[in-house]
Design a protein around this ligand. Structure first.
Ligand code: SF4
Ligand code: SF4
Length: 616
């Protein structure tokens, strides 16, 4: 049995934040969960995916976050508790649905989880999604610890049903990826079937209907404000004339800092866990009891702006600071030492940071630039495109996935990237505005996510570029989740459809479509050359399973290779491919047999035929 399905109230379990969130939803009786995978939220979905194979929970990896939210909006409006998870930038994709869903509301609880990523450990920006709550007029809850995250999910469902609105559940990487003990609660029964009560005047958002729904939304927001005032997630601890307002992981850092600085008896802390709408009366009372206040929050000055505005409304003039060059930054993640230093500086406490540990004895970590894995077929495809395009002035728009790393040397294949699916649409622009050749890259999952509309645009407007679809048979970057092109029998699962990318592309009207096997270097280069020569939109589909996924589903072929006696040591293999299986020993090129997957791409590019399979 999946460990998160264990019905053992009171038992303690050590869980990852994302596991705790999934468990909290199970305890709350979630019956439908939808997602598009994205770090730092991915393990929530993975656990739901696994659990759905053992119980009547419905889970799906949807085509993109907008689709995921729309599916969950429908199930929640049948009265079924539903949850939709995504990383922070995913909410940009889902925003179109979210903004109007806020008007329509829900019947069964709907929790929309956004996993924000301060410091951009695995993201293209570090946007602060609390503003989405404000923009949409939806309640926002933010946990401060792994255990609270589990318990808060259940309360988020209750809140959603009380207000008949989706609730935005905002986490940050440090909560998602920390591990801590949690106490299990009882698992509520799952209501997997509901009923959709038709009412076009509530659900069909033509302007006349939406005008009344906006009034309803604002009334709900007033109710949410009352609940925020009395919410146990917004609480004051400690006493004294100095005040700190904080949220999320900053709360833990603040409490540790007060203890370490020995000023616990001089500082009151207002922890905000229900952060939209902000509890105005509670904040006013807090400010009235303080001489000066510091706001500690990662990301944007969301709380700080709210607290200042409430102070202004109440005619309070005490100093309220948060983001400033000498205080907290709007950049990156906080850490305990930094929070301690800022608190000490703001309140004028003598503080000598602990001497840093002497690390002189420890050898420096080897520098490891990010790289595609050994045997990754994307490396072969990039090499082949480069060869096919030799001598041409080419712009390479790229997209979100493992293959983004192709922009690094020695491949250098990637010139422009802004968001999921952006490569197809930006290729239209580049090919229109310049005479350069345009060759863009997109992965299979990203193609289904949001690449298709750009390709439709390209065909309709008769643009001129080559799109290379890197089909590695899985959503690799986020940890091998399925997408509509994946063969689900690899997971031993039936009951799924499978969509052929080639058929989709042809059906869109692309006139030149070729499928290559990137491990076959010469043939692939020829096919790509033909595609580049085509006037109009051409598509090359590079099909080869992700090397890591192939290993995990026991589909890996090939024996490791080695560098033999014919090697002339000119290092074309290293310099053109940059495969991490190569290393240099005694000034000679070697192949690490432990990580070589036997793709044989390097063997095909070695002009001396010096790279040969190892004899077993
Ligand atoms: S995980 Fe798969 S697709 Fe990603 S770099 Fe590694 S081999 Fe390539
Ligand atoms: S390309 Fe061939 S000959 Fe040149 S260094 Fe590599 S293995 Fe040796």
């Amino acid at each position: 049995m999946h460990k998160l399905l264990k019905d053992d109230p009171g038992a303690q379990m050590v869980l990852l934040g994302n596991e705790a969130i999934a468990r909290g939803a199970i305890e709350a009786g979630v019956a439908v969960a939808t997602t598009y995978p994205g770090t730092p939220s991915s393990e929530i979905s993975l656990n739901f995916f696994q659990m759905s194979q053992e119980c009547d929970l419905y889970f799906e990896y949807s085509t993109n976050e907008k689709v995921a939210l729309e599916v969950a909006a429908a199930t929640a409006n049948c009265g079924v508790r539903s949850m939709c998870m995504m990383k922070h930038v995913g909410l940009n994709v889902a925003a179109d649905a979210l903004m109007t869903l806020a008007y329509v509301g829900v019947k069964g609880g709907l929790v929309v989880l956004t996993a924000d990523d301060p410091f951009m450990f695995s993201s293209q920006n570090e946007q602060d999604n609390r503003y989405y709550g404000k923009l949409a007029g939806l309640p926002v809850l933010e946990p401060s610890s792994v255990e609270e995250a589990k318990d808060m999910v259940g309360k988020a469902f209750d809140l959603s049903e009380a207000l008949q609105e989706p609730v935005l559940f905002r986490t940050t990487t440090r909560i998602n990826h920390s591990t801590a003990p949690v106490t299990l609660g009882p698992i509520a029964p799952r209501k997997t079937k509901g009923y959709f009560q038709k009412n076009p005047m509530s659900y069909v958002t033509v302007p006349a209907v939406s005008r009344t729904l906006h009034v309803k939304l604002l009334k709900n927001l007033d109710k949410a404000l009352e609940l925020s005032e009395t919410s146990p997630f917004n609480f004051v601890t400690g006493k004294g004339k100095w005040g700190i307002v904080c949220n999320g992981v900053s709360y833990g850092y603040v409490m540790d800092a007060l203890k370490d600085l020995g000023i616990g008896d001089r500082v009151q802390v207002l922890r905000i866990g229900f952060s939209n709408p902000l509890p105005e009366k509670k904040i006013t009372a807090f400010l009235q009891s303080c001489d000066k206040v510091l706001v500690a929050e990662e990301g944007e000055p969301f709380l700080e702006e709210g607290v200042r505005s409430i102070a202004q409304g109440a005619g309070l003039t005490l100093p309220i600071r948060g983001k400033a060059p000498e205080l907290f930054s709007r950049l990156y993640e906080f850490d305990p030492g930094m929070v301690r230093k800022v608190i000490a500086g703001y309140f004028g406490i003598d503080y000598a940071p602990k001497a840093k540990l002497a690390l002189t004895d420890i050898p420096p970590l080897p520098q490891r630039p990010p790289n595609l894995c050994a045997g990754c077929s994307h490396r072969a495809t990039f090499y082949e495109v480069k060869q096919a395009a030799e001598g041409k002035d080419v712009v390479y728009p790229t997209d979100i996935g493992c293959y983004t790393l192709g922009f690094l040397p020695p491949l250098g294949m990637g010139d422009f990237l802004i968001c999921m699916g952006g490569s197809t649409s930006t290729s239209c622009g580049f090919s229109k505005a310049s005479d350069q050749k345009v060759v863009s890259f997109i992965g299979d999952s990203t193609f289904f996510h949001s690449g298709i509309p750009g390709l439709v645009n390209a065909v309709f407007n008769n643009h001129n570029f080559t799109l290379v679809i890197l089909d590695n048979g899985i959503t690799a970057m986020t940890g091998h989740q399925p997408n509509p092109g994946v063969d689900m029998s690899l997971f031993n699962l039936g009951g799924y459809g499978r969509i052929s990318i080639a058929e989709v592309v042809k059906a869109l009207g692309v006139q030149h479509v070729s499928v290559i096997k990137p491990y076959k270097v010469r043939k692939s280069i020829e096919a790509i050359r033909e595609a580049l020569d085509f006037k109009g939109v051409s598509v090359v589909i590079a099909e080869e399973m992700c090397a890591l996924f192939a290993k995990s589903v026991k589909k890996a072929k090939g024996k490791p290779f080695m560098v033999g006696d014919k090697c002339k040591n000119h290092r074309d293999c290293v310099n053109l491919l940059g495969c991490p299986a190569f290393y240099i020993e005694n000034d000679r090129v070697k192949i690490d047999s432990a990580i070589c997957v036997g793709c044989a791409v390097c063997a095909q590019i070695c002009p001396e035929n010096a790279i040969v399979p190892m004899k077993s």
